[in-house]
Design a protein around this ligand. Structure first.
Ligand SMILES: Nc1ncnc2c1ncn2[C@@H]1O[C@H](COP(=O)(O)OP(=O)(O)OP(=O)(O)O)[C@@H](O)[C@H]1O
Ligand SMILES: [Mg+2]
Length: 253
């Protein structure tokens, strides 16, 4: 199962990603965690020590340029990437982590060539048949324009019970539709009661497939800098439910 976790800034994408990743791993599955945030911190949430964490691939400018074989304005649109995962993965039990970093928007002085390497790398990873992949995406909607998540099986949009996060979710849904992505789901976070869930459902028009509670354990683990999966039983249950729902959808489709 290949999942991209998206949503407005600060809604809990990385927190929920880390629980989903750990839950999949605890079910004995091999999981590749991809941190695609420009300021990555999934590694910390997953309990990797700072010295274990590789540099974001997106920041390896020399390597990216070498792979694009750029000649003046021309570059190789299909650069070689097959050896890169081995170089950039760190492993712990069933979990491998790659820190991708942000895929830049093309523009003046165009980063298109480097982006071609990153996109190819991501697409190559997404083709691997025997591994679950969880992408912790950058906040907002920009990355949808780059089409980097079109190859995932499911887009999970995290929302909290406030209008701003639901507005971002609607934009993500519209862009995903334009990209032809069929499996998009809403997950509620920071839920304090049934009225929060009702608010999300009535405002977004979508029933969340799982709900993560407002959790003092999660908040406190984050402050202490300890791997949050070791806390938060309710969170673990919600992650298990989310995975089960996505699997049900996989079986039906
Ligand atoms: N359900 C929750 N209960 C308590 N605290 C939470 C909950 N969900 C997230 N948090 C806290 O909110 C903060 C933001 O969460 P997180 O980093 O997961 O969001 P994000 O969407 O990945 O943010 P960014 O857009 O910056 O990447 C963190 O301090 C996290 O511990
Ligand atoms: Mg994050």
């Amino acid at each position: 199962m290949k999942i991209a976790i998206c949503g407005k800034g600060g809604v809990g994408k990385s927190t929920i990603s880390s629980f989903v990743i750990n839950e999949l791993a605890s079910q004995g599955r091999r999981v590749l965690a991809v941190d695609a945030d420009p300021s990555p911190h999934l590694a910390r949430l997953l309990g990797f020590a700072p010295e274990e964490v590789p540099e974001p691939v997106a920041e390896m400018r020399e390597l990216l340029q070498e792979r694009t074989e750029r000649q003046g304005a021309f570059y190789n649109m299909n650069p070689r990437v097959s050896d890169l995962p081995e170089k950039f993965l760190v492993k712990k039990g069933n979990i491998s982590l790659m820190v991708l970093g942000a895929i830049q928007q093309g523009g003046a002085g165009c980063a298109c060539a480097e982006n071609a390497v990153l996109r190819n790398l991501l697409n190559t990873l997404l083709l691997s048949p025997d591994e679950d992949i969880v992408l912790d995406m950058e906040a907002g909607v920009e990355h949808l324009g780059r089409g980097t998540i079109a190859a995932t099986d499911h887009i999970v949009v995290v929302v909290q019970p406030y209008r701003g996060s639901i507005e971002t979710a609607s934009k993500i849904r519209n862009l995903a539709e334009d990209l032809g992505i069929k499996s998009l789901h809403v997950v509620a976070n920071n839920i304090q009661g049934s009225d929060d869930l009702e608010f999300i459902e009535s405002e977004s028009g979508i029933k969340p497939i799982a709900a993560f509670p407002a959790s003092s354990e999660v908040r406190s683990a984050e402050r202490k800098g300890i791997p949050i999966y070791e806390t938060g039983t309710e969170f673990r249950k919600a992650a298990a439910k989310l995975i089960a729902k996505l699997e049900e959808i996989d079986v039906r489709s």
